[in-house]
Ligand binder design. Structure first.
Ligand SMILES: [Zn+2]
Length: 236
């Protein structure tokens, strides 16, 4: 690229950047945002899509602080499964450099996110995440349960853990694109990282961490709860 072409390209890119900053929209969609966020900063995303599993609009939540405290129950697990969980939990922080840092704790009572392995039979779901949140969409706690009926192969644990961690970090719903980690698809077990759409969607929920807006102030409203159920493995 000649210098004159580069300068023209740079000016165009800068103009687009200014344009994006100049278009404030009312959040990334789906979440109860109380602060303006520049949606165009995080495109493509699936924040405004309808969850194909529940037919409900996706929602976004957030933790108020990191690292989150994670307890992983040793019951029903092997060292390979435990290490697989840790690999999967790390996908988000590696992809965003900000969201998802965690510390392991030995006391489940002190955990923000608790993880357990159970054999729940052939119910079609490899995992589920139950979470509670306040009226400002701030997460209070999350509980991840892996269904051992589908996760006997330790190689499936990492992607399953990354998917459930996506819910536990605030993605309240699923993507409609099977290439996304947060899709409701067994294809997630073939992935090794979140997609651009996954990363942009979680950035929508943590806009304040990415220089676009402040997170909503703490809320004293009622605590609500929800549970998300997730696709079974490609190894039934
Ligand atoms: Zn899911």
């Amino acid at each position: 690229m000649r210098e004159s072409q580069f300068n023209a390209f740079a000016r165009t890119a800068f103009a687009f950047a200014l344009l994006a900053l100049a278009i404030p929209l009312a959040g990334c969609g789906g979440g109860a945002m109380s602060v303006p966020i520049t949606r165009d900063a995080f495109i493509p995303n699936f924040a405004s899509e309808t969850d194909p599993q529940t037919s409900l609009p996706n929602k976004l939540y957030h933790w108020r602080q990191f690292p989150v405290r994670v307890y992983i129950s040793p019951t029903n697990s092997t060292p390979a499964m435990l290490s697989g969980v840790l690999v999967g939990l790390d996908w988000w922080e590696r992809a965003t450099d900000k969201v998802g840092s965690f510390v392991q704790v030995s006391d489940p009572a002190s955990a923000d996110i608790a993880i357990a392995f159970r054999d729940e039979g052939a119910n079609g779901f490899s995992g589920r995440t139950a979470y509670s949140y306040d009226s400002g969409s701030a997460l209070v706690n999350a509980r991840i349960s892996f269904n051992l009926n589908y996760l006997g192969d330790p190689s499936t644990i990492g992607p399953a853990a990354a998917h459930e961690m996506g819910h536990a970090l605030g993605i309240g719903g699923h993507s409609n694109d099977h290439a996304d980690l947060m899709s409701f698809s067994p294809g997630i077990f073939l992935l090794t990282s979140p997609s651009l759409r996954d990363v942009n969607t979680i950035k929508c929920g943590y806009a304040g961490l990415f220089g676009r807006a402040a997170l909503a102030p703490a809320s004293s409203g009622p605590i609500k709860s929800a549970t998300i159920r997730c696709p079974s493995s490609i190894h039934p």
